[in-house]
Ligand binder design. Structure first.
Ligand SMILES: [Zn+2]
Length: 282
């Protein structure tokens, strides 16, 4: 059971756009094929995240005055702590994206709890505070994910595809829905081997698709959560897609662009005890 969708936006706001980033780095490739570690060129695609893509993304966010959310696997935080700290220093939220980016092989509640505890502790030790948001690698949540998240102090999840509005799981964790059509991996992830051996998508087409999604979702008072990867959207010819979407949001009007943790605080300010529709806007 989930609560009815949240539509109680702050004054002057009628919808929201959250440009979220998953800093998968090398784990994007090792999680798909562990033997990637022996292939420097394959691994270099992941390293583009921290060598080039992240800088492009952070600069674009600075220019537009936007603070947003970056989901980071704890292995990436350990390997690239300076990048993760720069994300935090420049005003963005660092949230949890698992440990090694592998979907759980044996997704028992105990294995999932251990994985999430390890990921949380590692990220907290690097950024100095516990993450409050979780996106599972490849959105691979289980029936018990939200109870575990609530026990570990998490405020929100961003994994489900059943709404265009934030909503509340029974465990008291806010859901920030996503969708494959709003994930840059669908358009820009290219590998030499199947299933991702494919032609790149023209950035202009992605601009058109996402600007259309923005107008339609905002028109219904919803939340558009983009799932982005600096190693994909941070290529020189692609970063402009994000500016196009931001421009579309500004032109639409009334579109709030918060960090997900700020949106979670607004949706559910009293954590587990709020019935939607009874909470005044912040
Ligand atoms: Zn990922």
């Amino acid at each position: 059971m989930k609560s009815r969708p949240f539509t109680d936006w702050p004054a002057g706001v009628a919808s929201a756009l959250c440009m979220t980033f998953d800093l998968d780095a090398e784990t994007m490739w090792t999680s798909r094929d562990p033997t990637s570690v022996r292939r420097p060129a394959v691994m270099s695609q992941g390293r583009y995240d921290v060598e080039e893509g992240l800088a492009s993304v952070l600069d674009l966010l600075d220019v537009n005055g936007i603070s947003t959310t970056f989901f980071v696997p704890s292995d990436v935080a350990t390997t690239h702590p300076a990048s993760v700290l720069e994300i935090q220093t420049r005003g963005h939220e660092v949230a949890c994206h698992g440990t090694d980016h592998m979907p759980l092989e044996d997704p028992t509640p105990q294995a999932e709890r251990e994985m999430l505890t390890r990921a949380t502790d590692t990220i907290a030790s690097i950024i100095g505070e516990a993450p409050v948001g979780y996106r599972a690698p490849l959105y691979s949540v289980t029936d018990t994910t939200w109870e575990i998240l609530a026990d570990l102090g998490y405020r929100y999840s961003s994994n489900m595809m059943d709404s265009i509005h934030p909503y509340l799981h029974d465990a008291g964790v806010v859901e920030m829905p996503v969708h494959w059509a709003l994930d840059d991996g669908v358009y820009f992830l290219i590998a030499f081997h199947p299933p991702n051996y494919r032609k790149p998508t023209a950035p202009s087409l992605v601009s058109e698709i996402w600007s259309g999604e923005l107008a339609a979702i905002a028109g219904r008072g919803g939340l558009m959560t983009l799932t982005l990867h600096p190693q994909l959207i941070g290529r020189p010819a692609r970063i402009g897609v994000l500016q196009d979407v931001l421009d579309a949001a500004v032109a639409h009007g009334g579109v709030w662009m918060p960090r997900l943790r700020d949106l979670a605080d607004h949706v559910n300010p009293a954590s587990r005890h709020v019935v939607f529709g009874t909470t005044p806007p912040a």
